[in-house]
Structure formats: structure tokens, C-alpha cells
Design a protein around this ligand. Sequence first.
Ligand code: ASP
Length: 587
Amino acid sequence: MRSHYCGDLREEHIGQEITLAGWVHRRRDHGGVIFLDLRDREGLTQVVFDPDREESFALADSCRNEFVVEVKGLVRARPEGTTNSDMPTGAIEVLGKELIILNKAETPPFQLDEHQQVGEDVRLRHRYVDLRRPEIQEKLRFRSKVTHQVRAYLEDQGFLDIETPILTRATPEGARDYLVPSRTHEGSFFALPQSPQLFKQLLMVSGFDRYYQIAKCFRDEDLRADRQPEFTQIDIETSFLDEHEVMAITENMIRGLFKDQLNIDLGDFPHMPYSEAMLRFGSDKPDLRIPMELVDVADLVASVDFKVFAGPATDPKGRVAALKVPGGSELTRKQIDEYTKYVSIYGAKGLAWIKVNDLAAGAEGLQSPIVKFLGAEIALQIMERLEAKDGDLVFFGADKANIVNEALGALRIKVGEDLNMLEREWAPLWVVDFPMFEENSDGSMTALHHPFTAPSCSPEELIAQPEGKLSRAYDMVLNGCELGGGSVRIHDQEMQKAVFKVLGISDEEADEKFGFLLNALKFGAPPHAGLAFGLDRLIMLMTGSTSIREVIAFPKTQSAACPMTEAPGEVSAAQLRDLNIKLRKTP
Ligand code: ASP
């Protein structure tokens, strides 16, 4: 039907008779001449209809926004003074000779360039219209280029693309499962995979050696953050490679993507132990673009009269840390109050602060509600440790270590962004040496990564004292976002049993849930390791989008629904009967 895409026309096409097909982006009537801006996925072209071609002129006049048309015409230079250097096709226009209306369109639910005036709900309900917006088209096209490059890179490195089941059993990645009732096995359910984790490990046992898949994962989580119930991973598993080799191959892949798609050189990614990341940044995904760091001051305040500080300073699970904001004394009381409210989201009961007005005046030069409780000497010792200067502001966190880390870690990012402190545009790193387990409030243990991650000690050592043992897991972090994570896996049955034991999973339960994996480990499982990247998040970062919904063609809302298809939806009584399901009326 078409000879050229609208957006591809340039001066070199001047003089050519061409055929375009696309959507009427805008129709303008300029004193007897009709202009149609015609749009397709490559961009816009201006088509002009003169009244001397009566039939096509009348048709052009009858066109409305979003009509689908075919146009035959002549590419010509725009008259002097009417060129538009903001438009890639702005030097030319098409003199329309023939026009066919391929399909009419009702007035769209919103004009593409006025999408911000309607709520996201309206846009998602009419996502097929929303997706016509050039920005979104550009993002999805970019996404396609990235997955293409990922596939090419991995294939080149000997990886095989192998699909794994969607109807399966629970995979423990720490979220709730989406369940699918089985009709043929009454009362039984499939779980949608939270990731292909177990299957990719089994593929290694089968000898495939290098596997990848651009895989859909399903997690029924509370969508407080920017998450989607179904999302996409670049999932990778390898045999006979250790953590360093896996990190090297995948780092190279990400570096290549940034270089080829964005012409950005990420350089070599530094490695940082988890413990250092928590200590310096209060986070296991530190944003290294922000120069501020948390500094421990517990030893200095352990014996002050001020319980708010002394308590956590002497509690083995407590932490007292300071965050120096260079030049922060400019912050107003109101701004500090807002930050206090902000850290309360993370459980902080308050936010102590000291403004450094004039260090030469000693403690007199410190403005703060807490200096009188700390005492002049301690306050000045803290300033010395922080290398504080006049004009700085110091925030404090004193509580259980996890609360201090979360609160000051988040505050560091917030203040860093508010005060434009970002030192560079991109800051990748690997976080390594994670603890194997996390202790729950009831004293039980949870695997920090997942229970198939290899510890860096023997099974006996692990069982003797699981606390503080490290794992062979690694996370790739970019600008404070976890881009991907993985680990060396357990390939030895004894070790896998030891981990289940620490996690309080009985032999029977392990056998019931993961018997197939434990069995597979008996039949010649090679050492293996892998990781998975969050594709949506990667594309979001690379395209500078603010939400992953902008880089997914058909995303769900924050309440995990699709306003367009109205999924999830009710099903008929007959379907429920087939599945032997009876709905309980919720009160
Ligand atoms: N399956 C893990 C996840 O989804 C990634 C991995 O360990 O390879 O986070």
C-alpha cells in the first residue's frame, strides 16, 4: 500500500511520487488549502491539498483526527519561510494528489498531545490510542532494539534460548503466587512462575550449559512501589562458571547496551560488599551518584545522658549514624520538618539535626535542639569526625539498625535529589557478599536471595551458626536501582538440605515442594550460577522514564487490574462448576 513511511521523508525524496499510509494527526484549513499532518510509526509528514484537485480536496476536508488514510502525492520542498527545523521531515511536504479514506475514526477519548489532561485510567482503558503517542512508540521501539541486542549478544556467547512452563508449581522468590485452578485435577492448582529459577537450574542438570530466556514472571505483591504483577526478566543460567565469570559476561552485556544504544560508556563496575553498602549508604542498592555517606557515631554517644542516642548506641542491634549535608544549613525549619515526616515513613521516630553556623565559635556556633543533651564536647567530636564545615547540616538517625539504614538511606537520596547533588549521570556497581539469611522478628530465618543460593561455607558450618554467614550472591545496581541479581547455586544435595533446615523447612515439606530439584541434584548436577535482570526497569532507566508502566505496552494499574480488558473479571457459573470452585461471599 505504501512506498515510504511518513517519518522517513527527507529532502533527498524531493521530486518523487510517493504513497503514504497512516493516521491523520491534525487537519488544518489555511485559507483554502487543507493541511493534513499524517502520522505513522516513523513520524509525521505534512500533506497539502489544493482546491484545484476537487475530489481529494473535499475528502481531505472531511478528514478528522485519527482517520486512517492512503495518500498519493509528490514530495516537494516547503516554501521558503515555512520550513520547520524541529521536525525531521520539516524541510519537505507532500503535495496530495489522491486520497483514500481507509477508515474513519470517532473522536478519540483524548487528543494525543493532550494526554496529560486525562487520568492514567482513561489512557489505559484506551491504551491502543495512548500507544500511538510518539514518546511511547519510541520507548517500545527502543525496548525492541535492546532485546534484539541482548539476544544477539547471548547467542554469540553460546547461550540457548529455551522456554520454561507458565503453568507450574510455586517458585519461592518471596512473593505471593498467582494460582490457576486445574479442571482435570479437581481441587488442585497451578502456580504461575515467580521466575524460571527451578527450571533453569534443571536445564543445567540436563547439560544445556548456557541458557537464557526473556521470561515473564508473575508475583502477586502489594503494588506500593513501581511494580507490575507480571513483568519481564532477562533470565540467565550457566554451568561451570563462577560468580566472577557470570558477573563479567553480564556486565559486558549491559555495558554494550549502553554503548550501542545510548553511546554511554559505563566503564568497569566497582564491586562493593553488602556490609560496606549498608554502613556507608544504608542500602543494599546504593545510589553512588550522590556523594553523601552515613557515618557511625555510636561510640561517641554511647554514654551521653540523652537516651534517644545512648539507647541504640549500646544496643547490639541498634545504630546511631550521621548524614552530613554540605551547605545544608540553608534548609529552612519547614524543609527540615518535611524531611522529618519523610523519614517517619521508614519508621524513624524523629530526625535530630545540627546546623553548623560557625565552628570557630565552638559549640556556640552549632544550632540544634539536641546539642544541649549531647554536651558541647561530644557535639564537637562528632563534627570533627564528619569533617563538618560552616554551612553544613548534619542529620542523625538513632534506632534499630534496619530503621536507621532505611530512614537515613532514603533521606540521603531525597536530599541529594532535592539539592541537585548528583555528581554524574550513571553509577553502576555490583553488590556482593550478601548475608545468606535475614532474621525475622520471630527469630526465624529467610533466605536473603532465594533458598537455592550457595553459601560461602560448608553445610556443617552453616548449620552450626547460620547467622552472619555469607552467600555467593551478587546484585547489579544502577543509580540506586537493582537492575538484576543472581548467585552461584547449590548443586550439592547435602548443602541444599542444610539450607532448608536453617529455613525451618522440614524434610517432608522440602520433599513435597522441591522433591524434583532435590532428586535432580542426585543425578549429576554440575556447579552452576546465573542471574536475572529486570527488563522493564532496565528500559525505564535507559529511556529516562519515571515509571515502568511507560515502557510496557499493556501494563496493569496500581491495583493490579487492566482497565481496557477489565481483567481480572468474573467467570460464568458453568466455568466455576467445571473447576469445582464455589465462591464464598465476602462479608
Ligand atoms: N530467580 C532470581 C530472581 O528472580 C534470579 C536468579 O537468581 O537468577 O530474582
